[in-house]
Design a protein around this ligand. Structure first.
Ligand code: AMP
Ligand code: GLY
Length: 422
């Protein structure tokens, strides 16, 4: 089959890489892709917000499956458009993508289907006074979330009532997150350890993909500003069979059953962010796509024909399918531009990738300019490695990261360290 992957990051490079290796996959196209995806398939210079142009390309090239990587096109209804053109698509409908696009919607969904999550209340623009009263009564710390998509920046953990009130005011007035903040979710702070669960579903049946943990802060020891993700580890050592069974029965099954009961058309990935509080997993959030950089450790651990499984999910045929995983640990270390997640430059020359030995290089933000590989984003390159344990895998990645040079490059050396002695 021929597959078109929509997106341009490390997640899409890892997906395209996995599809390119799948026996059932003849060729992979990536739109728009990056310098790394061009090595595993063919980049297509499509404007991916022009759905008609994407559909025309799919029809011209006889593409069998479109896989939508990022959340924005899903929340904007790209899957609905393609499915309406009779194109087999892996990615939930716009209505189903509200599970990520509206925290107000996803919290109400979790309440309705009794899925464990933090206690909350939500307020709309015209309910500022009620929201401030609610904050006054709330124990500290208080978690305030913009309900809409905010590129991972819409969650604030407030240590004082004054701060929480300022955040609520700025969100509801539209000052801080525009329309995304016009509804706020105020919730209880959960203290625990985070883990991400990935599910492939056709809306009725599902498969659990490998679990992972990502490292969101820019600084070592989980300090400094939040980023898109500075590294990831899979599997997560405490996620043993008993834990995963608990996640399956208390969270994944009620979620998939709820999606089905609501009549939501959901063929795609569900990324469930969990906080494990005293051994009990609770949902922090749903994402309607794979994680980045989690995909850069999840894809390498999948054995078998993932293109065939993705097609089965998109065609509603997941029942009876199984998945096999490499038991080894995979770790990725993300190399980022100087200044990220604040301002950074693009177009800086990258060298040394050819010296990488024994690791996988996934491009997150790169392009070729005048024949030279250059940076083209805050997150630039993810270096993934296998090992018998986290220590071995991370040290392999760090050895190879050392070969890859670009001015101002930065990375964390402590990915997975918090999990080593659990
Ligand atoms: P979200 O986008 O909802 O996953 O939130 C982003 C991050 O904020 C999560 O990965 C957690 O680290 C943190 N977070 C979100 N909600 C809570 C909560 N109720 N308690 C503690 N931390 C939270
Ligand atoms: N790494 C977190 C995310 O993809 O949202």
């Amino acid at each position: 089959m021929k597959i078109l992957v929509i997106g341009a990051g490390g997640r899409e490079h890892a997906l395209a890489w996995k599809y390119a290796q799948s026996a059932s996959c003849e060729s992979v196209f990536i739109a728009p892709g990056n310098a790394g995806t061009a090595e595993v398939g063919e980049n297509v210079a499509l404007d991916v917000t022009d759905y008609a142009a994407v559909a025309a390309f799919v029809q011209d090239q006889d593409i069998d499956l479109v896989v939508i990587g990022p959340e924005q096109p899903l929340v904007d209804g790209m899957a609905d458009y393609l499915v309406g053109q009779h194109i087999t698509t892996l990615g939930p409908s716009q209505a189903a993508a509200q599970l990520e696009g509206s925290k107000d919607f996803s919290k109400a969904f979790m309440d309705k289907y009794k899925i464990p999550t933090a206690k909350y209340a939500s307020f709309h623009t015209h309910e500022l006074d009620k929201a401030l009263d609610y904050v006054s009564q709330h124990p500290l710390p208080i978690v305030v979330k913009a309900s809409g998509l905010a590129a991972g920046k819409g969650v604030l953990i407030c240590e004082s009532h004054g701060h929480a009130k300022d955040v609520v005011r700025d969100m509801l007035s539209g000052a801080s997150f525009g329309e995304a903040g016009s509804t706020v979710v105020i919730e209880e702070f959960l203290q625990g350890i985070e883990i991400s669960i990935f599910v492939l579903t056709d809306g009725k049946d599902y498969l659990l993909l490998p679990s992972a943990k990502d490292y969101k802060r820019i600084g070592e020891g989980d300090t400094g500003l939040n980023t898109g993700g500075m590294g990831a580890v899979s599997p997560v050592p405490f996620a043993n069979d008993a834990f995963l069974e608990q996640v399956r029965t208390t969270i994944v099954e009620p979620t998939v059953n709820g999606i089905h009961a609501e009549g939501l058309d959901y063929k795609g990935f569900i990324f469930i962010g969990l906080m494990v509080v005293n051994g009990v997993p609770q949902v922090l959030e749903y994402n309607v796509r794979m994680g980045d950089p989690e995909t850069e450790v999840v894809m390498p651990r999948l054995l078998g024909d993932f293109a065939a499984l993705s097609l089965a999910a998109a065609e509603g045929r997941l029942a009876g399918e199984t998945i096999e995983m490499d038991p080894r640990t995979c770790v990725t270390v993300m190399m980022v531009s100087g200044g990220y997640p604040g301002d950074y430059q693009k177009g800086i020359a990258i060298s040394g990738i050819e010296q990488v030995d024994g690791s996988l290089v996934f491009h997150a933000g790169t392009k070729i300019h005048n024949g030279q590989l250059v940076t083209n984003g805050g997150r630039v390159i993810a270096v993934s490695s296998f090992g018998d344990n986290i220590e071995a895998a991370v040290s392999q990645s760090l050895q190879n990261v050392a070969h890859i040079e670009f001015d101002g490059r930065f990375y964390r050396r402590d990915i997975g360290r918090d999990l080593m002695n659990l």
